[in-house]
Design a protein around this ligand. Structure first.
Ligand SMILES: [Ca+2]
Ligand SMILES: [Ca+2]
Length: 196
């Protein structure tokens, strides 16, 4: 941009201006900065949406887990089974009264316990898995009962294979509802072992 100016009398001083190359360089520079800014804004927006989705999914999982944890460890019927007892098979959870009734349960959109759909929850789905675990190893599902059931609630979007949020809790035979005979663990629970 620096040029020598002809200041002799009668000469008209040239007007300072950008060359075509300088103009193109400015356009490229501004365009590049604009792209970076838009990408940053886009990434921030997507991050906020993901955080909001995850928080919503966690609330849906917590609502169902809270309901499950209020149930008995085992059905009070004389012949309880793992899963739903015969009279509890239906479209809603209204008759569920022990934690393993919820095994393989799913709802989409999420429902209240009486079977009514939650408002404005279209597109969400919840699934439940209930498994036996050993008191000494809550991470590994086993085929025999040791007095501990692990409950996993998973929440996701319909059509998506991945989960957005999940929640895990355990229920022991010592947590039976009032009037229900507790199932005695066949080995001490880890925290009981430390106390004893
Ligand atoms: Ca049951
Ligand atoms: Ca039951």
């Amino acid at each position: 941009m620096t040029r020598s100016m002809d200041l002799r009398p009668g000469r008209v001083a040239p007007i300072a201006a950008f060359t075509m190359v300088e103009t193109l360089m400015c356009i490229l520079l501004v365009g590049g900065l604009l792209c970076v800014a838009l990408n940053t804004v886009g990434a921030t927006t997507v991050g906020q949406q993901n955080t909001a989705e995850r928080g919503h999914a966690q609330l849906l999982a917590a609502a169902l887990m809270s309901e499950i944890m209020q149930q008995s460890y085992a059905d009070p019927d004389p012949s309880p089974v793992f899963g739903r007892e015969p009279l509890e098979i239906g479209l809603s959870r209204a008759l569920f009264d022990d934690v393993d009734d919820y095994d393989a349960y799913s709802d989409s959109p999420p429902q209240h316990k009486n079977g009514t759909e939650m408002s404005d929850q279209e597109g969400w789905t919840r699934t439940v898995a209930v498994e036996f675990v050993r008191p000494s190893d809550l991470l590994t599902a086993v085929g025999l009962e040791y007095g501990v059931k692990r409950i996993t609630v998973t929440v996701g979007r319909v059509g998506d294979n991945g989960e957005i949020a999940s929640m895990v809790a355990v229920k022991t035979g010592g947590m039976a509802a009032p009037g229900k005979k507790p199932v005695r663990p066949t080995e001490p629970l880890p925290w009981l072992r430390e106390v004893l």
